[in-house]
Design a protein around this ligand. Structure first.
Ligand code: ATP
Ligand code: MG
Ligand code: MG
Length: 346
């Protein structure tokens, strides 16, 4: 059989490797460090830096198709990789918040009011325009709310600038949202797209806690508009694979937050809750296979992340016979670290 190369060896790589194995593919991981959540599942592991274009190219030459599960792979290192899915363009747009927001706007999306800022002077000017409260986010390398500082009033700008170490950033206005949701789709090279039901997401301290479908009424009312935007974004990028777009549901409709050119935490429920999981459809899309149905299996599904030491009582979770437990095989649960998740399908 063919071998799928995956850049990144975390839990997303692990679940991709499981889906690939179910379809008879072998997986070969490229990631820094000697092991990770994907290492027990993948057939091979190559340790290397994402900046090392030569090593990435040598890895790519050993596999039949290359994908990534990690957004912060270095774009220049994959630009030359033949047949990488999704393309370097998808990665380039999604890994920089300023490029991402501008791109979403070009496709008719509406992000929070935002400005790119490169100095404290620019931050102060942006804050004067956008107003407080606002959030300062580094343009790159943020996840789980890292690299973000909330600014309640103009006096906090200097401290916020220091807190993000003066990295290139965007300032965005705080959105008063009714709920948060995400749209996940899978797209093939021929342009065909399947989309899962809009997922309602609950975050705490910038970290996803819980995802559920079907989403509540305020989200359901604006899901079609968000789905249409996600489809336009995917089409404009010639995206191949899964694409996740996060939105705020507001009184004025969906506000685009960010996107990820990969499988996404808010899609983990699809493993048991949908006819075809996001992981399987990603593998199908990058291998040029027909996409599977995204229909719900039951009336509803709910996924809860197990963060930090929440994972320690995992045997208790299994006393609920309807709980589908996923543990990522990570050693230590520092606070907020994603250690596993539980899905219940009703
Ligand atoms: P992820 O792990 O999803 O990639 P991230 O670090 O990229 O997270 P964001 O999605 O930008 O972070 O923000 C995390 C959360 O913080 C959001 O889901 C939302 O709850 C809150 N948040 C972010 N931006 C705003 C905003 N402009 N207005 C209100 N809340 C916001
Ligand atoms: Mg993000
Ligand atoms: Mg997010």
């Amino acid at each position: 059989g063919s071998t799928i190369g995956i850049l990144g060896g975390g839990q997303l790589g692990r679940m991709l490797a499981i889906a690939a194995a179910n379809l008879g593919y072998r997986t070969h991981i490229y990631a820094p460090g000697m092991s990770g959540p994907a290492s027990e599942v993948a057939a091979r592991w190559t340790a290397g830096r994402y900046e090392d274009a030569k090593a990435v190219a040598a890895f790519a030459a050993q596999v039949d198709v290359v994908t990534y599960e990690f957004e912060n792979v270095v774009v220049d290192a994959i630009r030359g990789v033949h047949g990488i899915c999704p393309s370097a363009r998808s990665l380039e747009v999604s890994q920089d918040r300023a490029i991402e927001k501008a791109f979403a706007e070009e496709q008719g999306g509406r992000p929070a009011p935002w400005r790119a800022v490169g100095s404290l002077e620019e931050l102060n000017a942006a804050l004067a325009e956008i107003g407080a409260p606002a959030i300062l986010k580094t343009r790159r390398f943020g996840y789980d709310g890292k690299g973000q500082v909330r600014i309640a009033s103009a006096g906090e700008a200097a401290g916020a600038w220091v807190a993000i170490k003066g990295a290139p950033a965007v300032l965005e206005g705080m959105i008063a949202f009714d709920a948060e949701f995400s749209i996940l789709l899978a797209r093939r090279e021929d342009g065909s797209i399947v989309t899962w039901d809009a997922v309602e997401n609950e975050h705490r301290d910038g970290i996803l806690r819980c995802s559920s479908v079907p989403a509540s009424a305020p989200i359901a009312a604006q899901a079609a508009e968000a789905k249409a935007l996600a489809g336009r974004i995917a089409g404009a990028l010639d995206h191949v694979g899964v694409l996740a777009c996060e939105f705020f549901a507001t009184a004025d409709g969906p506000v685009f937050n960010e996107m990820a050119p990969r499988v996404h935490n808010s899609g983990h429920w699809t493993i048991e809750g949908a006819v075809t999981s996001q992981f399987e459809n990603h593998i199908r899309a990058i291998c040029g296979l027909p996409l599977g149905s995204t229909a719900l299996v039951g009336a509803r599904a709910e996924m809860r992340n197990l963060l930090g030491d929440e994972v320690e009582n995992w045997p208790t979770i299994l006393t609920d016979p309807t709980a589908h437990l996923h543990l990522y095989g990570k050693g230590k649960g520092r606070p907020g670290r994603k250690m596993g998740h539980v899905t219940r399908v009703g």
